[in-house]
Design a protein. Structure first.
Length: 600
């Protein structure tokens, strides 16, 4: 198994998953009481040679340190043991546990690999390594390790549960269900298995069907925090926000420290925002930067982070965060900061490099630079170029702030969101050029179409429809369809053409040429699609946008509109309501075509 490089460029990858993550449901803990007792038994005796005795003493001391959550101390003792005998599989295993619990996942991965190579028959190592591999997204490797573990420990509840989780995350739902049902027949009182079975259904958007499984898990174990959290994530899109919040708060009381607690806090924050409880929800949303969140952003800059300092007359760096769509949503506060610093202050804005021109044109008094994201030892670091590079006055930046953190200050109520068509300005020359290109396509409304995210793994898939469901919209008389969907969509376009639907693809890179995408969006009569980067860019530049939102989309802030883009029309759907939602879009498009015809 090959570990991820210590430093990995992830500039072009989304940094967060879809909202409403399922609790992984992965069972077991490399540093649990049972695991440490097993290690202690393996260390019993200590050998007769002086060096062997010393090695065992160090490893016993390392295990004792783990019991006290002193993982750095445990790692130091394990490393000292390895200096005595670098072929000690036990020492590598202890070191791996310490590194994992300290959040040094790449080093932990390497240590587990070394331990498994030296002790290939120890099933516990394979199980520990599988959990870490799953956490880091190495699902195929995790699956093989779990199969190896279960071959040695057939019928192991935790191992079977974890394998089902890995299958679920690979969208192999039927296999996961079959595996869980078989194990439940043997262990019908396992709350863990019932919980994971529920997540397989909720992962597919089958929220109502998943509820009885979470409730059975809670009947068997009322303190199972994972089940309470997952039930909350099922209740929320079904409209029971108060019940979801109650479950989140109850689940937090029994959540495991670290990732599980941070994940539940994040879900609670999004629920508060979805209920319109702002700025409380915006304040709670700071948990996104908690180091216990797997993809928390750590900004690398020489300036301190802003706390409660005044902005007037100061020099501030705003750092964009998460993915492209998020920078569009949160970037709406940049103008507020420019106004707040006043003529004696200055604003620097670090955004995704493909957005630099768009933001610089829109905020000419600010200095806009590109940021870059790398993964260092499994942790995301956002690197910002020196903001005073090339400046004559060399004025230092007083502090930096994450872009989303500005919401609590400048958008404390729904009424504080400006009623505007957009806040970014597309290149007018490109808009004119693409307007002419669209006119050459002939008569009819020109409708730009997005339909999916580039990332559709795990639960993300439930937020997007298959292309074939869009056929009623594609076949709208009097509308000319324009493909704005980036990625490999050749099969979708070929299927549409075979069905007699012409979809024009503009001659530019839909993924990287975001200036042209923004301009094309303004030139079109309408842009339609789910809430992804492309529709958010269109809305941010003031294009006419119809956005199909998920039932648990917190961005609506308990309104019937999209406050971040108040002129955007919202089509809200249920997870299983794609046909009805598409039919609603088609009816609205028919009306728009008719009105355009009457106006002509």
């Amino acid at each position: 198994m090959t570990a991820s490089p210590a430093v990995q460029d992830v500039t072009d990858q989304p940094l967060v998953q879809a909202p409403a993550l399922v609790a992984r449901g992965t069972a077991g803990d490399s540093a649990s009481a049972d695991a440490l007792r097993r290690l202690s038994r393996n260390l019993a005796g200590g050998g007769t040679r002086k060096t062997q005795k010393r090695l065992m003493e160090l490893l016993k001391a390392a295990v004792a340190a783990i019991r006290l959550s002193d993982f750095d101390g445990g790692a130091n003792r394990a490393l000292e043991a390895l200096r005595i005998d670098e072929t000690s599989g036990l020492a590598w295993h202890v070191l791996a546990i310490c590194q994992e619990k300290s959040g040094r996942f790449v080093e932990a991965l390497q240590a587990y690999e070394a331990a498994l190579a030296l002790l290939p028959e120890d099933p516990a190592i394979a199980h520990d390594l599988s959990r870490l591999a799953q956490r880091l997204g190495h699902l195929e490797i995790a699956e093989k390790l779990l199969q190896k573990f279960l071959a040695a420990e057939p019928g192991h509840v935790d191992g079977t549960n974890n394998l089902a989780c890995v299958l679920r995350e690979q969208n192999r739902y039927d296999e996961a269900v079959d595996l869980l049902r078989g194990m439940i027949q043997v262990e019908p009182t396992s709350a863990l298995l019932w919980n994971t079975l529920g997540t397989v259904l909720s992962d597919q958007g089958r929220m109502g069907e998943s509820l009885p499984f979470f409730e059975e898990a809670l009947r068997l174990d009322p303190d199972l925090a994972k089940a309470r959290y997952n039930r909350a994530n099922a209740r929320q899109p079904l409209g029971d926000l108060a019940g979801a919040l109650e479950d989140f708060e109850a689940g937090l009381k029994g959540a495991e420290p670290g990732y599980e607690t941070a994940m539940m806090r994040m879900a609670r924050a999004m629920t508060l925002m979805g209920m319109g409880r702002i700025p409380e929800g915006f304040h709670e949303y700071e948990v996104r930067l908690d180091p216990d969140m797997p993809d928390a952003m750590q900004v690398v800059t020489g300036s301190p982070r802003r706390t409660d300092e005044t902005l007037a007359g100061r020099s501030v760096l705003i750092v964009g965060e998460q993915g492209l769509a998020d920078e569009m949503v949160f970037g709406g506060c940049v103008g507020d900061v420019i106004a707040a610093v006043g003529p004696d202050g200055e604003v620097h804005v670090a955004v995704e490099p493909r957005l630099v021109g768009l933001f610089q044109r829109s905020f000419p008094t600010a200095r806009v630079v590109g940021h870059r994201t790398v993964r260092v030892n499994g942790r995301l670091h956002r690197i910002v170029p020196e903001v005073d590079e090339g400046r004559d006055d060399n004025r230092p930046v007083d502090f930096w702030t994450p872009m989303a953190t500005l919401l609590a200050e400048f958008r404390p109520t729904v009424d504080a969101f400006p009623d505007r068509a957009g806040y970014l300005t597309a290149d007018p020359e490109r808009v004119a050029r693409w307007t002419a290109e669209l006119k050459a396509l002939g008569p009819g409304l020109k409708v730009g179409l997005h339909w999916k995210s580039l990332i559709l793994t795990g639960s993300r898939g439930r937020y997007f429809s298959s292309f074939d469901r869009w056929r009623p919209v594609l076949e709208t008389p009097g509308a000319v369809m324009v493909n704005l969907q980036c990625g490999d969509v050749a099969a979708d376009l070929a299927a549409a053409e075979a069905a007699g639907v012409r979809i024009w693809t503009p001659p530019f890179d839909l993924k990287d040429d975001l200036e042209d995408l923004a301009a094309m969006s303004c030139a079109l009569d309408l842009v339609v699609g789910p809430g992804i980067a492309g529709t958010n860019i269109a809305a941010a530049v003031g294009a006419n946008v119809w956005m199909l939102t998920a039932p648990d989309d917190w961005h609506l802030l308990n309104t019937d509109r999209y406050p971040f883009y108040p002129r955007t029309r919202v089509f809200r759907r249920a997870f299983d309501g794609w046909p009805a939602c598409i039919a609603e879009v088609r009816a609205a498009l028919d009306l728009m075509v008719a009105q355009a015809g009457n106006a002509g």
